[in-house]
Design a protein around this ligand. Sequence first.
Ligand SMILES: [Zn+2]
Length: 424
Amino acid sequence: MLDLLFTGCTLPDGRTGMSVAVQNGHIVEVAPGFTAPAHETIDAAGQLLSTPFVDAHFHMDSTLSYGLPRVNQSGTLLEGIALWGELKPTLVQDAIIERALAYCDWAVARGILAIRTHVDVCDPRLLAVEALLHVRERVRDYLDLQLVAFPQDGFLRAPGAQDNLVRALDMGVDVVGGIPHFERTMADGADAVRALCTLAAERGLRVDMHCDESDDPLSRHIETLASESHRLGLHGRVAASHATSMHSMDNYYVSKLLPLLAESGLAVIANPLINITLQGRHDTYPKRRGMTRVPELMAAGVPVAFGQDCVMDPWYALGSGDMLEVAHMGLHVAQMTSRDGMAACFDAVTRVPAQVLGLSHVGLVPGCRADFVLLQARDAVEALRLRATRLGVWRAGRRLASTPAQSTALHLPGRPGSVSFQHG
Ligand SMILES: [Zn+2]
C-alpha cells in the first residue's frame, strides 16, 4: 500500500497523464497512467505537479522591516545600505526571529521549501547570525534554510568584519559570502574575493558573493571569482549573485568572460525584481534594465537561478515570497518570451536553484524526497502567466499547506458563471 499517489499530473518537462507514487517520504514511481492502492490518492486533473520553489538569494535578517526606522526615499541600493546601517544597532533578536518565522510561513504557503539567505555579519554582536541559526533549527522539519555569512559593509572595509565572518562560520553558518564591489578599491575587491574563496576551500564550504551589483561596466570581480574557483577546484560550489554590471560590459569582453564562467563551474543568481528596481538609477534616458545577461549565460552553459532577494525591507517595499512573480519579472526583463525561454525561467526558480544550493534530494524521479507543489495551471507557462495558486505543498510526502483553487463568480447580465483564467 502506497502512502500517497498523484494521478493525472502534468510535469514541468511537459509530460501529461503522469502518476507519481510516494512511500516512506520518497518518490517510488513516476509513470504514465500508473495506479496502485494508496492511503491517499489525489487526482491532479491535468494540473502541474512540480518540485517546490527554491529561493537562491534572500535576506531574512532584514525581511518585513519595511519602514523601520524610516522609508528609503531615493529607492537606491546605497540609501538602502545606509538605512540598514541605521536599523542594525537597534535590532533585537526576538524581533528578527519573529519576522523571519513569519516570512517562512509565507514562503511555505507559496510553495518555497528551500531558501538561501544572506545574513549580515558586520554587527560585532552577531545578533542576526544567532537569530537565523535559531530559525534554521526551528523550521528544519519543513524548510531547508541555508545561511550565507555576508559582510554587508565590506570584508576588508568594515572594522572587525574579517573576524566576525570567521566567527559566524564557526557558529555554523553554511556558506561564505562577500561584496567585492563595496570594498574601497577594485584591488581591495579582488583581494577580498581571493581571501574568501581560500577560506571556503580550506573549510570545504560553498561560496555565494554579492558580485558586481553595480552599473559600472568596469566592475569585473566576477572574473576574479571565476578564476579563483577554478584555481581552488571549487567547480559547482560557487555562485555570483546579481552580477548586474555585466549588462553594461563591453560585448567583446563578455565573449571572453562567458566561457571562463562555464569552465569554472560558476553559477549566477539574478534577482529580477530588485535589479530592475535598484539599477540604472544614475541614468536619465535611455535607462538600463540592470539585470545580468541571463539568456546569454544560459546559452553558455552557466546555471542561472532567480532569487527574491528582498521582501518589505530597506531596499524593497513589495514582495510576498512568490517565486512565480520573480520568474515572471525575470522573463520580461530578459525578454525570454519563447516557449523554451519561459520554461527556462520556471526552471530558474525550481530545478536550477536546487542544484545551486546542492540539494541532491530534489527531483521528480524515484529515490528523490517527495517534495512537491501542485499548481492551478496546466503547464509551466500557464503557471507563470497566472502566478498560479499553490493548491497544495508537500514535503517528504506530508502536506504542509493548501490553498483553494481560484475561481471568481461573475454576476454579468445575461452571462452568469465563473472564471479561473485558465484557457482551453
Ligand atoms: Zn542580496
